[in-house]
Design a protein around this ligand. Structure first.
Ligand code: NAD
Length: 311
């Protein structure tokens, strides 16, 4: 794999994803505004750059893994951003794996197309962008088993497959630009609502005298079976491997869930779809975060929202 690859955003997820690309044989150059994050790669002998623009100038493929839509816009279109200046773009592929709103992905994708129109380029060598958010969390990033939800041109998706396979197990094509981002926030909206629903049912079961273990057996062999009951049970002690049995540590933080619900809610407003369950889940997770539980796994809704609560 002779391709030079740039990676921006070396946080909880990006650190492991970048390492997996190095292990797969890509020649990486990295950037982050956090010097500690960059230093870990310097110590491994990996090249680093001061700005996203420097990354673009030295890379054939660029991957971004950043906290929010605002960060992604800044890294692409800000001063010294990936798209800075008027020179022809060197990278043939930009992949954004951050969880952002579909509008941000579509805006940047259009920005790249407009730039190519100005450059009178529209051939097969023209750069393309894929939005490719992930599911699987930090453990999935570390073990290279992420699921990628990809939006953008199908040709680019096919060409990028080896890159995704170096960091993940499943790669699903979701359609045009922004559709990967849309799929991701829909998945997490359903996950939040299901977690809150399962937690509410377990709290009621316990009040009515049914143990969580019995109720789990019932759910898992009945119509309420779902990921929140059989893989990620929110009641401590039911599943040893779930964050609930480890003091709600590790896993997917309430803060990130709040972020994703806010994206879902804003997107629903944008298309004038009433989403009362998204609104309620958003309110619950905002309350949990304000109550100091933002770093705990999002299944802590069972303990902090339902346990010991009397109406
Ligand atoms: P993080 O905050 O740990 O890492 C983000 C990194 O981006 C940090 O190192 C930060 O310094 C860097 N950064 C921020 N702004 C920058 C800029 N302008 N230029 C260069 N670097 C910049 O976040 P994370 O947990 O790795 O998550 C990254 C993305 O993946 C988010 O969009 C998140 O929603 C999504 N995600 C996270 C998880 C998870 O479990 N952590 C799971 C699925 C998806």
């Amino acid at each position: 794999k002779a391709q030079n690859m740039g990676f921006i955003g070396l946080g909880n997820m990006g650190f492991h994803m970048a390492k997996n690309l190095i292990n797969a044989g890509y020649k990486l150059t990295v950037h982050d505004i956090n010097h500690n994050a960059v230093n870990k790669f310097k110590e491994m002998g990996i090249a680093t750059k001061e700005t996203p623009f420097d990354i673009a100038e030295s890379s054939d493929i660029v991957i971004t893994m950043l906290p929010s839509s605002a960060n992604v816009l800044e890294v692409y279109t800000g001063r010294n951003g990936l798209l800075h200046g008027n020179n022809p773009l060197r990278p043939w592929l930009f992949i954004d794996s951050s969880t952002v709103d579909p509008l941000t992905s579509r805006t940047i994708s259009e920005e790249i197309s407009n730039r190519l129109l100005k450059e009178c380029r529209g051939d097969s060598s023209s750069p393309v962008m894929l939005d490719a958010p992930v599911s699987g969390g930090v453990p999935g990033a570390e073990s290279g088993t992420l699921t990628f939800m990809v939006g953008g041109s199908k040709e680019a998706f096919k060409a990028a497959r080896p890159v995704f396979q170096s960091m993940g197990r499943q790669t699903v094509y979701c359609g045009a630009a922004g559709n990967g981002a849309a799929a991701k926030i829909c998945n997490n909206l359903a996950m939040a609502v299901s977690m809150v629903g399962v937690s509410e049912a377990f709290a009621l079961g316990q009040r009515l005298g049914v143990s969580a273990t019995v109720l789990t057996d019932i759910f898992n062999s009945s119509s309420a079976r779902c990921w929140s009951s059989d893989t990620y049970n929110p009641v401590p002690g039911v599943l040893a491997s779930a964050p609930s049995s480890k003091g709600y540590s590790g896993g997917f933080s309430s803060k990130l869930m709040l972020k994703d619900l806010a994206l879902a809610f804003a997107s629903a407003n944008g298309v004038r779809l009433g989403c009362p369950l998204a609104a309620k889940a958003l309110e619950i997770y905002a309350e949990l975060c304000e109550g100091g539980h933002e770093a705990e796994d999002f299944s802590c809704v069972f303990r902090h929202h339902y346990s010991g609560k009397d109406e």
